[in-house]
Write a protein that binds this ligand. Structure first.
Ligand code: TTP
Length: 393
């Protein structure tokens, strides 16, 4: 089956991380986020991938090229991000026969995607505790009979897990009217398919939609947790690597370093001496973690440097950041409440007891900067030496 993978969005809710890199290309373990989606489709047996691209599309094209893992990849351009149905519509001339649609910012269980392909027409569903926040599926006798967005009174706890296998006819139904929020939604295409076909709900135990920065952290927790230990870089005899630790070729781990897996230290990264890296942590290409630094459950993107005497916990750092000596991230509130974070101007709960900071590309902190939980530092923001930063900047 052909799989259409939607990767045209910028990811406004994940800003500032999507400043120079579109959300689908943000790092999740050893690959961009969207590569996990494409891998799930290929592992499930997709025989062709159609990637819908738009925002900063070059980076996506460069990564996948014309074939990826032996499977043909073609591209459709969605000029304006007018919604998920509009995105699939942009790919319509690539479609013949039944086709699957997957979100390029979702992590899927490949076994569920294989079952989805086998059960076409079908939609993936996951049981959730709080269905009010999702598209909710009503079923009758093993068939989906309705889908309702964020219902006040959910008919089931089966949430739409953003993966669809559509019959060929659905290609003619992609031009749906705009929804209340002004987007052409793939769920309206699904509603039409539900009206005309028997649609099977394929349940999955594990699925994740990456929309906000802490979800990128959680996606890394998932995928770093799947790594097997592999040591190919230069590791000092006086370093200690515990559990599922990957040190890629070209990475250096100096004396006195302790790394607790799951952790991935990518090519060109240097760690130590005397640093403490705790799981789940991704140290991207050319990252530098220096003397007496502790990093815990964090993502440090390519080229970022936390050189000495600093602590970074439960945080996501973009590219080419420099944390000055003694920069300390707080990741826990005194009142033990969930940490809040600002998404599109609104302060919302991350539902996480521990969450540190999100810093955009090129941020520089002065020495001895203290950063409070849930702080957002915009692209290229700076702090002064000794500052206590309590407000986003
Ligand atoms: P969303 O997460 O709804 O949108 P987004 O990725 O642009 O992020 P944000 O809401 O933070 O701005 O999109 C779901 C998937 O569909 C995602 O993989 C991006 C893709 N998409 C498109 O390809 N074209 C579109 O017009 C839209 C709205 C989304």
């Amino acid at each position: 089956m052909k799989a259409v993978v939607l990767a045209a969005g910028e990811g406004t809710r994940i800003r500032p991380l999507s400043g120079s890199v579109p959300k689908p290309m943000l790092p999740v373990a050893d690959r961009p986020l969207v590569a996990h989606t494409v891998d799930a489709a290929i592992d499930a047996g997709a025989d062709e991938i159609v990637l819908v691209v738009g925002y900063e599309s070059e980076t996506v094209r460069e990564f996948f090229g014309a074939t990826y893992r032996g499977v043909s990849v073609s591209y459709a351009v969605q000029t304006d991000q007018n919604g998920t149905a509009d995105a699939v519509n942009a790919a319509s001339e690539h479609l013949d026969g039944p086709f699957a649609v997957l979100n390029g910012d979702n992590l899927y269980d490949p076994a569920a995607i294989a079952a989805l392909f086998d059960s076409c027409p079908a939609v993936c569903a996951i049981e959730v505790e709080n269905p009010r926040n999702y598209g909710v599926l009503s079923t009758d006798d093993g068939t989906v009979v309705d889908i309702v967005e964020k219902p006040a009174d959910p008919p089931t706890n089966l949430a739409n897990a953003g993966a669809y296998a559509f019959p060929e006819r659905a290609r003619d139904w992609l031009d749906v009217p705009a929804s209340e929020r002004g987007e052409h939604e793939i769920t309206d295409v699904l509603a039409r398919v539900i009206d005309e076909f028997a649609v099977t709900p394929v349940t999955t135990d594990r699925w994740m939609d990456v929309g906000r920065p802490w979800e990128l952290l959680e996606a890394n927790e998932w995928k770093l947790g799947e790594l097997d230990r592999r040591i190919e870089g230069e590791v000092s005899d006086a370093a200690q690597l515990e559990g599922a630790v990957v040190v890629e070729e070209g990475a250096t781990v100096k004396p006195g370093v302790v790394v607790e897996g799951p952790a991935l230290i990518r090519s060109g990264a240097t760690v130590g001496p005397n640093a403490y890296v705790r799981g789940a942590t991704l140290l991207g290409e050319d990252v530098s973690v220096g003397n007496a630094v502790e990093i815990k459950n964090s993502v440090l993107s390519r080229g970022t440097s936390v050189s000495h005497l600093s602590y970074v916990g439960d945080s996501v750092l973009g590219r080419d950041i420099n944390f000055g000596a003694g920069t300390t991230v707080a990741n826990l509130r005194h009142d033990d409440e969930a940490v809040k974070f600002t998404v599109k101007g609104e302060r919302i709960s991350t539902d996480r007891r521990k969450f540190g900071v999100v810093a955009g590309d090129g941020v520089k902190t002065g020495i001895n900067t203290s950063l409070t939980p849930g702080l957002k530092l915009d692209t290229a923001a700076t702090t002064r030496p000794g500052e206590v930063v309590e407000r986003d900047r």
